[in-house]
Design a protein around this ligand. Sequence first.
Ligand SMILES: [Zn+2]
Ligand SMILES: [Zn+2]
Length: 81
Amino acid sequence: MASVDDPTPSTSNVCSRSGCDIVLKVSENYHNRVYHQETTRIELNDVTYTIHRDLESKKFVCPMCSTGYNDPERLRVHFFF
Ligand SMILES: [Zn+2]
Ligand SMILES: [Zn+2]
């Protein structure tokens, strides 16, 4: 097992929540969105939908057609087309 007092400094390239390697610093937002975001809000025709990540599939599921997306931004795009 990893030693608790591992002298290697934790780098910003490793997610502190899941321990995933994040290859590029710029992808950190993407990573957090896709892996750790729990809810997303989408406004459509004056109705605000709050969509929670499905616990089993770990996806944001479209309430209209049940298509699931890991990335809430992709669900948002899906909503408008
Ligand atoms: Zn993570
Ligand atoms: Zn849909």
